[in-house]
Design a protein around this ligand. Structure first.
Ligand SMILES: Nc1nc(=O)c2c([nH]1)NC[C@@H]1CN(c3ccc(C(=O)N[C@@H](CCC(=O)O)C(=O)O)cc3)CN21
Ligand SMILES: CC(C)C(=O)C(=O)O
Ligand SMILES: [Mg+2]
Length: 306
């Protein structure tokens, strides 16, 4: 069994092999991501948009995230599971923040992520004091959507760039083991990456970061709306899934589904006892005594598939 990726191992990847992080919100998503060999799985508060049908991430609660973290954690992935601290779970005091983060760790996370810079330093320090590894998140921070006036690229003006760099340095100083940079110009992310001692993980932050993160549904083409500019879709699973269900629906309506192969058959003996025609691919004698060898039924003639 491969061992789990740890926060110190992620920290040590600064300037080394690029880090790969993807969101996952449930067990099948986590298994798919882990089988692909990603380093980190993010149980993002973007579960709000991508799974729960909300317009923004402000609607999800610690209960919601814990529920999804538990599903991901049950798959025992090799990747490090990072849980987003949702909006208002760390804004009401350091004690609340530690208790809420602790719930996500007990639900199965190996680290937590929170949004914001200098004003989050007391919380970051308290979490680290409580032995909880923390990932920072700067730039386009979706929990600030109302304050930002929309999902807008950040760090475009000189003063904003200087502030971003200062906040990144302060978070790294406080002890975050990685820093997500979202929705900032590539040159700004490069400046931050070259300045901080911890790995940067970019999303809409250009190619210079120490790693990249994307949302599962965006990467796989599972979303229901246009994706941001920074997404590259490597599959069209939403389209494929709709086509598959439509083909099945047509087979149901035409009677082509289910076929023989998808049906159970009466044992020949029972059929005869009831005066019915035995099915050509019927199994042998009904319910043979355990351990008593029975003559095998003839192999099914057709696969039952078109
Ligand atoms: N499916 C999904 N993907 C994400 O990347 C994502 C979520 N959901 N939900 C939470 C946040 C919200 N995010 C978003 C949402 C929209 C834009 C967006 O439309 N950006 C504009 C930028 C406009 C500008 O300021 O230049 C774009 O056109 O890309 C960006 C990030 C990122 N996160
Ligand atoms: C976009 C990533 C970084 C995130 O925070 C999320 O998916 O919730
Ligand atoms: Mg998030």
């Amino acid at each position: 069994m491969a061992t789990t990726v740890t926060a110190p191992e992620v920290r040590a990847r600064k300037g080394g092999d690029r880090l790969v992080m993807v969101t996952a919100y449930d067990a099948p998503g986590a298994r798919i991501a882990d089988a692909a060999g990603v380093d980190l799985i993010l149980v993002g508060d973007s579960v709000a948009n991508n799974v729960l049908g909300y317009e923004d991430t402000l609607q999800v609660t610690v209960d919601d995230i814990a529920h999804h973290v538990a599903a991901v954690g049950r798959t025992r992935p090799r990747a490090l599971v990072v849980a987003d601290l949702p909006w208002l779970s760390y804004h009401t005091g350091v004690g609340d923040a530690v208790r809420n983060a602790g719930r996500l760790i007990r639900a199965g996370a190996g680290a937590v992520k929170l949004e914001g810079g200098r004003k989050r330093l007391p919380v970051v320090e308290a979490l680290i004091d409580a032995e909880i590894p923390v990932v920072g998140h700067l730039g386009l921070t979706p929990q600030s959507v109302l304050a930002m006036g929309g999902f807008k690229v950040q760090g475009r003006a000189g003063q904003a760039v200087r502030r971003l760099l200062d906040e990144a340095l302060a978070l790294a100083d406080a002890g975050v083991f990685a820093l997500v940079l979202e929705g900032i110009p590539d040159r700004v992310a490069e400046l931050v990456t070259d300045s901080v001692a911890v790995p940067t993980i970019g999303i809409g932050a250009g190619a210079a970061c120490d790693g990249q993160v994307l949302v599962f549904h965006d990467l796989l083409g599972l979303g229901d709306r246009p994706v941001p500019k920074f997404v590259r879709a490597y599959a069209a699973l939403g389209r494929d899934a709709t086509e598959a269900i439509a083909r099945w629906a047509a087979d149901v309506r035409s009677g082509a589904f289910p076929g023989d192969a998808e049906s159970y058959h009466l044992p020949a003996e029972t059929a005869r006892e009831l005066g019915l025609e035995p099915h050509p691919s019927a199994p042998g004698p009904a319910e043979p005594a355990p351990g008593v060898p029975s003559s095998r039924a003839p192999a099914p003639t057709g696969s039952g598939r078109p």
